[in-house]
Design a protein around this ligand. Structure first.
Ligand code: SF4
Ligand code: SF4
Length: 496
């Protein structure tokens, strides 16, 4: 069912909420609010912050939970070590992640931005809160910024920026600990500074970047810098779940008029417009609609005041909206006060709002969710089935074959074994041909935990069994009784 209710005017697109008429920065002072979504967001934020700060310092069985050492190419994810040889997993994981993010956004909108993005979590749950504690509520902050530089202002601003700098410093150190590992980071900050100039410079640079982002850039990161934010225009459609204003229910907005007041006003208007006693205008005089019942939006503008992006969600979904749900909470509290049902602003799709339908899981949402689950399943399977060893066998370069005593021919091979686990693994090589024999130059019977071991071996074949220049050979690599890798190689030999 299509409604005849007019959409809000679109001239809001002619201006930016964060820029003034001359194009300068318009500083935002979002009003504080609370509500069920805000409470849940706070819980999620606290959990994520604990995980983020604890990540590099949590060790299990002598190994970190996370490590992203790009320089030394050592990666540990949830306690599982990854090697450059696992790059195919990373590549697949990245592709799956991009598909996942795109599909997730098409169906569920920008839930990530408002609920899990580190930028939003630090900005709204840490830095903005500290700003409020030091400078006061949104009105006090606005007054303080507009006031001349008094001792109070200097103290408050100095304290705020000092705390901002300290938190940026803590984030910077945590970030570095993820990159180089806890122990190297500890050495870096406790050792002679002259020995670690590059590392200390990195801490200073990271601190400066984080401070700049949270003290000054703020919402500009989401609207201008973040590529994901800029993709929203192509990812969202009418069926995506978004923070949406129900304009059919809310418009025409305006101060609520009590029904008795409305009746009296309309009666006055009718008498004024039709003194001859007619009860309605045959031409549909618009004056008669002047005091008609308004929509549920009382135009209190609280949803605009709480928005950390400075937008008015009643204008429809916008690129700036990060789905933080603050406007939902504040509008619900307004609806409670005026005794109307909550949900004038709610999580819903534009199509549902247009058609006045309640939110339902559609076949499309279920199908997309199914694809997302399959992707997660494939990644999970690849991770679980990842071999514990990575083995490379290559014929020694520049060597052909040697004739040995007893009518045998030999080839020399180089072998490299990576143990991807945290325990020493036994290793054995088994040839598929029973007439072939494998001889190690130096014994290679085990590989230490998390290490790479190199070796050399000869393979001997009876010359009379060689029928071609390059004979295919199959080698099983075993760790104990388990075949952990299968190698295909070739054996060069003389052909008569
Ligand atoms: S908070 Fe609700 S009632 Fe108030 S202006 Fe926004 S949509 Fe209208
Ligand atoms: S419009 Fe609502 S959900 Fe979107 S950013 Fe503003 S407050 Fe958050």
């Amino acid at each position: 069912m299509k409604s005849n209710v007019a959409l809000p005017p679109s001239d809001f697109r002619d201006t930016l909420p964060t820029a003034d008429a001359s194009g300068g920065r318009r500083w935002l002072y979002p009003r504080e609010t609370t509500g069920r979504f805000t409470r849940w967001r706070t819980v999620v934020a606290v959990v994520l912050l604990i995980v983020l700060f604890a990540g590099p310092f949590v060790w299990i069985d002598g190994h970190p939970l996370f490590l992203f050492n790009v320089l030394e190419r050592r990666f540990i994810f949830f306690g599982v070590p990854f090697w450059p040889q696992d790059f195919y997993l990373v590549a697949f994981g990245l592709i799956a992640f991009i598909v996942f993010v795109a599909l997730f956004t098409v169906v569920y909108g920008r839930v990530w931005c408002g609920w899990a993005c580190p930028q939003t979590i630090f900005m709204e749950m840490v830095f903005r809160k500290i700003e409020g504690w030091i400078e006061g509520d949104f009105n006090a902050r606005k007054r303080l910024d507009a006031s001349p530089w008094t001792t109070e202002k200097v103290v408050k601003k100095g304290l705020k920026h000092g705390v901002f700098f300290l938190i940026s410093f803590a984030i910077s150190n945590t970030f570095l600990a993820y990159l180089i590992g806890r122990d190297q980071w500890l050495t870096l900050i406790t050792d002679d500074p002259a020995q670690h100039l590059a590392g200390l410079a990195a801490i200073v640079v990271f601190t400066g970047v984080f401070y700049l982002v949270f003290a000054w850039l703020r919402e500009i990161v989401c609207t201008t810098i973040c590529p994901y934010g800029r993709l929203q225009g192509v990812l969202l459609d009418k069926n995506s779940l978004i923070v949406a204003y129900d304009y059919i229910r809310g418009e025409p907005r305006g101060k609520r008029v009590k029904s008795e007041e409305l009746r009296v006003k309309n009666e006055e208007l009718r008498v004024k417009s039709f003194p001859d006693g007619a009860s309605s205008s045959p031409t549909g005089d618009p004056a008669l609609t002047l005091h008609s019942r308004k929509g549920d939006c009382i135009d209190c503008k609280l949803c605009v005041q709480v928005c950390p992006m400075g937008i008015d969600i009643r204008n429809g979904t916008q690129l700036e909206c990060i789905n933080c749900t603050l406007c939902i909470d504040v509008c619900d509290s307004v609806m409670d006060k005026i005794e109307l049902p909550q949900g004038l602003i709610r999580m819903d799709s534009q199509a549902n709002i247009e058609q006045g339908k309640p939110f339902r899981f559609t076949a499309r949402i279920l199908a997309y969710s199914g694809v997302l689950l399959v992707l997660l399943g494939i990644i999970g399977f690849l991770l679980v089935s990842r071999p514990v060893m990575d083995v490379t066998v290559l014929r020694a370069p520049g060597q052909l074959y040697q004739r040995e005593t007893g009518g045998k021919v030999s080839n020399l091979y180089l072998v490299e074994v990576i143990n991807k686990t945290y325990r020493t693994l036994p290793v054995q090589f088994r040839l598929s041909r029973t007439d072939a024999k494998l001889r190690f130059v130096q014994p290679l019977s085990s590989v230490p935990a998390g290490e790479q071991t190199k070796g050399m071996f000869f393979i001997d074949l009876p010359e009379k069994t060689i029928r071609q220049n390059s004979t295919p050979l199959h080698i099983d690599v075993l760790a104990g009784n388990e075949v952990v890798d299968q190698i295909e190689t070739t054996f060069l030999g003389p052909v008569k």
